[in-house]
Design a protein around this ligand. Structure first.
Ligand code: GTP
Length: 253
């Protein structure tokens, strides 16, 4: 089996870094070798020791000082500087002897996703291993109603379109959303969400319903793992999802 590469994407504070820490710990406890990559040049602290830390190549604080920029400007400039040295980063990933490579992306999702660096990185990772995937992490407390559920599924699809990597949604911070009505089974949830959207009767709800129907038609996975990175819970579900995306589906050893 070659490397399985998983890129963690999601809005600021959704728990990407904590999830990389929890999942890498869980994988290592199962005797897998894991290579972690921090791609956030502005990360203050990380809950894991990255195998490759982009801050050693481009540090957003130094960029801010050198170019006289504010935090957002420094991050944008940092993305450009990282893009210039992308080969250095990806060649280290290619050389890493690991079963899994977990890539933690910048907190400011839009600065990463809407710039060249994101798809160039995804393309390079695909070149290193065809088993390269992305996980779209969302804070579970964001999911309050059926329209939010449609948002989760469409965002994961948007990330997939942008990166060209198969992308699955994951709900994190489930410990903060005890009353969540989403079951984690896309098909079962779809029936409930679809009914609720239809009952609302608005054109917008109808559009969401149609969008969900089409997206799910082409989605071969049915589960959305609900995890708590902080508590290290739900890692089996996350792992099952990663293996489902990979060619080694069913091989849990
Ligand atoms: P940035 O990259 O800095 O935007 O954040 P991130 O998406 O990497 O999130 P990070 O892992 O830094 O977590 C942000 C905050 O959420 C931290 O205070 C974490 O301790 C907390 N957090 C992460 N996962 C969970 C979780 O499952 N449950 C709870 N309750 N808190 C969590």
């Amino acid at each position: 089996m070659g490397k399985i590469i998983v890129v963690f994407v999601g809005p600021a504070g959704c728990g990407k870094s904590t999830l990389v820490a929890a999942y890498s710990k869980w994988l290592r406890e199962g005797d897998a070798s894991v290579y972690t990559v921090n791609m956030d040049p502005a990360a203050e602290t990380l809950p894991y020791e990255p195998s490759l830390d982009v801050r050693g190549i481009v540090d957003a604080r130094e960029v801010a000082r050198k170019y006289g920029l504010g935090p957002n400007g420094a991050l944008v400039k940092s993305m450009e500087l990282i893009a210039e040295r992308l080969e250095e980063i990806t060649s280290r990933v290619a050389a890493a002897e690991a079963d899994y490579v977990l890539v933690d992306t910048p907190g400011q999702m839009e600065v990463f996703l809407f710039r060249d660096l994101s798809w160039r990185l995804a393309e390079a990772l695909r070149g290193i291993s065809p088993e390269s995937y992305a996980v779209f992490v969302l804070d579970a407390s964001v999911i309050r109603d059926p329209a939010d559920y449609a948002f989760l599924v469409t965002m994961a699809t948007a990330v997939q379109l942008r990166l060209g990597l198969e992308t699955a949604p994951v709900l994190n911070k489930i410990d903060l959303a005890p009353g969540l009505e989403i079951t984690g089974d896309l098909l079962r949830d779809f029936g409930r969400v679809s009914r609720a959207l239809r009952e609302s009767g608005s054109v917008y709800a109808e559009m969401l319903r149609e969008m969900l129907r089409v997206l799910l038609k082409y989605n071969r996975r049915v589960e959305v793992p609900q995890v708590s990175a902080l508590k290290g819970e739900g890692m089996e579900e996350l792992h099952r999802l990663v293996l489902e995306m990979s060619c080694s589906c069913g091989d849990l050893s």
